[in-house]
Design a protein around this ligand. Sequence first.
Ligand SMILES: *Cc1c(COP(=O)(O)O)cnc(C)c1O
Length: 244
Amino acid sequence: MSKAIRDNVQRVRKTIEAACRRVGRDPAEVSLLLATKTVSVEKIREALAAGEVLLGENRVQELQQKAVALADAPVEWHFIGHLQRNKVRDAVRHASCIHSVDRLRLGNRLHNRLTRENKRMDILVQVNTSYEESKFGVPPEGAVELVTQLARLETLRIRGLMTIGKFGAAEHETREGFRRLRRIRDDIRARNIPGVEMDELSMGMSGDLALAVEEGATIVRVGTAIFGERAYPDSYYWDEGGSR
Ligand SMILES: *Cc1c(COP(=O)(O)O)cnc(C)c1O
């Protein structure tokens, strides 16, 4: 077994701790989610051997295959990619939380499925804090309304918000996006909407996780910094060409 992945996990954990220290946060408030798209089951097992348990996939088929292959391991799966309505059934089967709910139609579909299975599920609402065309997510101005609508679907436990930082942006701009997400979270919290918890902020990836932790992230989603560069461009995962 190579040491590289274990070392990378430890380095990322140290980055999180250092960022927490700078702003007086407790590192225990921050969960590390490993973004495992394109990563082999063997490599994922190396990260698990380093003590990690929280994994995230972007595509339902890949989630399903890996969840089956790792059924013997004590892992928790989150779904972090754009979710198409016809994939909801398998997503619900394997994931305990969906980070990417960004429209009511998807919420309704999830609710129907969960109702049929007599289940409840954690969700995060994805917000497009950078206003980039290529990104999924509800625009910041629409977040309160979407959360209010989703809150009526009693199978969905709305735990917080998720965003993807602006690509290739200057630090202050990235930070501003994360702050925007936190302000929306605070605004929604202050409204005390029944059924809405708003404890989680899923933000920060390999390139901007320290900033995200400084700005209040409770879940950082990290792939490259642990598993190395991916073979596919991320546009393959983020922009499915109008498949909403
Ligand atoms: C791939 C991915 C990540 C991790 O990105 P890295 O830059 O490799 O750390 C985080 N969030 C989402 C939604 C992703 O698709």
